[in-house]
Design a protein around this ligand. Structure first.
Ligand code: M6R
Length: 609
């Protein structure tokens, strides 16, 4: 997820763009850059790292103050490591065009090969450099730049929000969107395009929310919006934004955590993009094609990522028939695991890719000769670089310290891995792969439809249970790791003591703690284990324990407080259970007045032992 901004107006454009980038930095900050025109030449300044590095470079650049048209980019790497050569803007070979891009062009390899055959030379690993050269190629034959831009975009498959500048048209910007956000801002004698409204909110509150397939041509005084498919004008209403800046930076949500919970439908949709073949009968994980199907898989991780691993084990063993060990990285690294040998694979799961214990466990596995695989969110992170292969979760930057959408994206990739290896080994019929990929494809809509009501119910229930100082979370099978995650979220956000337990284990000791002041959150989904879970719930109730029960709509399970969610078949039902648990903890912490986004004593990336 990157941030882009373009400006055409009467103010010095580069400072306006830099200010906008500052407000978009939450979208990514591994590198950044700006472009402007001066004396008929394209000027581009880029730097690796946070925006401060770009500011330092700009302070030494000439002619920064005079231009009244410029564009900028802050990057969250997808194609290519964070490096200056991969930072945006990217220029066409003849430097007549410059482009910033948020998104992924899925067919960029084939476009690149075709352009290379026509003599184009590439200096980066990005899909963006391919796209800008494709526009330049079309410019040779099309009547004007607008048509060349449209012709190139029609060839591109995938997601993009792009902004384009040309040396032939000073003061003009072109922009377009497809499955990536792009907002058009209308000021007085000035216009903006940006990935998010905060980028230009100090200058105008008048916006047009561009739609997929919209293209705009913008100068200081004029603009036109066209449809990519037929180049006909599009009628789009101008809306007035009411938010304050603080709220806008969180996309209108009170906290980053809430925003990130609500991003999960998009996270699943993005994660699936390009991962399932057209017929749905096979999963495409090209990163794994060269690796053998593991004889045995050891998953190493910490915290929420460890819970993802525990959840993934159910799918990997069931669908792919791969034996799985799931280890807490800080334990694994100091234990002499007699099971680990060189024919095994070690999968390190880490949102940040920098967690010290997980990194150390990965290194130990590598020293022992095992094949290593990383499952990371942050591109170019240590685990991603050191593992023999890496799968990226593509959840976008997770700003809240409590991990939410990262777990959802890890679960998705683990499900895809299980389907991929199951299909590749021939142990899971293509029909079963197809049935499950269809369920996965439906999750974004199910979640998007369910989240508002789940949020309202979480609020009600958090108020009802706010007096509790202890909580049990119970689940069986694939719901056991989710129970652990529910308990972790409640602990880290609201500082209420909570324990996740395998429901069947309660009677072996923990049930002694149950009394009327010690409630239990029961995950009672409609699957084969439901009768067992209900029995365990009744055992708690028989000891005067209060029960809050998460169940599927239309399933009679009993309990003191029932919270129903839409049905999805197990184990994929976890994609709806997870946000319910997150929302309950979020609402509890907020109600109790805790610092939701930055809980005490925690850090987003744990780089010490
Ligand atoms: O970046 P990682 O996924 O390696 O981080 C692992 C844990 O530190 C992390 O999941 C932590 O438990 C979160 N605070 C959970 O919300």
């Amino acid at each position: 997820m990157c941030g882009i901004i373009g400006y055409a107006g009467h103010r010095p454009a580069v400072p306006v763009v830099m200010e906008g980038l500052r407000r978009l930095e939450y979208r990514g900050y591994d590198s950044s850059g700006v472009a402007w025109l001066r004396q008929g030449e394209m000027h581009v300044v880029r730097a690796v790292g946070k925006l401060g590095a770009l500011e330092e470079r700009l302070a030494r650049a000439e002619g920064v103050v005079t231009p009244v048209c410029a564009m900028g980019h802050t990057r969250w790497a997808t194609h290519g490591a964070p490096a200056e050569r991969n930072a945006h803007p990217h220029c066409s070979n003849d430097r007549s065009l410059s482009l910033v891009h948020n998104g992924i062009i899925e067919n960029y390899q084939e476009l690149k090969a075709d352009l290379a055959a026509r003599g184009h030379v590439f200096h980066s690993d990005t899909d963006t450099e391919v796209l800008v050269n494709l526009i330049a190629e079309h410019r040779k034959t099309e009547s004007d730049l607008l048509h060349a831009f449209a012709a190139a975009l029609r060839q591109a498959r995938g997601a993009y929000a792009v902004c384009l500048m040309s040396v032939d048209e000073p003061g003009v910007l072109y922009a377009a969107r497809m499955s990536a956000p792009l907002i058009f801002g209308l000021g007085t004698g000035e216009h903006f395009v940006a990935s998010d409204i905060p980028a230009f909110l100090p200058y105008t509150r008048q916006v047009v929310f561009l739609e997929d397939g919209d293209m705009v041509r913008v100068s200081a005084k004029e603009y036109s919006i066209l449809r990519l498919e037929d180049m006909q004008p599009a009628q789009r209403g101008v809306e007035t934004i009411q938010w304050d800046m603080q709220a806008a930076q969180k996309g209108g949500y009170r906290h980053f955590m809430l925003k990130e919970i609500f991003e999960q439908p998009r996270v699943v949709a993005d994660g699936l993009s390009g991962r399932v073949d057209a017929q749905g009968g096979s999963v495409l994980l090209h990163e794994l094609d060269a690796l053998p199907v593991p004889r045995r898989l050891h998953i190493v991780a910490c915290g929420t990522s460890w819970h993802s691993g525990l959840w993934g084990r159910h799918l990997l063993e069931h669908w792919a028939r791969v034996p799985v060990q799931v280890e807490i990285a800080s334990e694994f690294r100091y234990r002499e695991s007699l099971l680990l040998d060189k024919d095994d694979m070690v999968l390190a799961i880490s949102q940040s890719g920098e967690t010290a214990d997980t990194l150390a466990a990965l290194r130990m596995a590598r020293e022992k000769g095992a094949t290593t695989l990383g499952l990371c969110n942050v591109v170019g992170s240590s685990i991603a670089r050191e593992a023999a292969a890496v799968l990226y979760t593509q959840a976008g930057p997770e700003i809240s310290v409590a991990s939410t959408k990262a777990m959802c994206s890890q679960m998705l990739m683990l499900a895809l891995m299980a389907l991929y290896w199951g299909g590749r080994q021939g142990v899971l019929p293509a029909e079963e792969v197809r049935r499950n990929t269809e369920i996965l494809k439906g999750i974004p809509d199910v979640l998007a439809g369910a989240l508002p009501a789940m949020h309202a119910r979480a609020r009600e229930l958090s108020r009802a249970y706010a007096g509790a100082r202890n909580f049990f979370y119970l689940g069986r099978g694939h719901c056991h790791p989710l129970a652990l995650e529910g308990a972790l979220k409640l602990k880290e956000l609201s500082y209420i003591h909570a324990e996740g337990y395998a429901a069947g284990e309660m009677k072996h000791g923990p049930i002694a703690l149950i009394d009327p002041s010690f409630p239990t959150f029961v995950l009672a989904l409609n699957d084969a284990l439901l009768p067992k879970v209900v029995s365990n719930m009744v055992e708690v109730q028989a000891r005067q324990g209060k029960t809050l029960v998460l169940a599927h709509e239309g399933t009679a399970v009993g309990g003191d407080d029932l919270w129903t969610i839409p049905f999805l078949p197990s184990p994929l039902a976890g994609f709806v259970v997870l946000p319910a648990l997150q929302l309950f903890s979020y609402e509890m912490a907020d109600y109790l007045g805790k610092d939701v986004d930055q809980p005490r004593n925690l850090a987003k990336s744990v780089t010490v032992e």
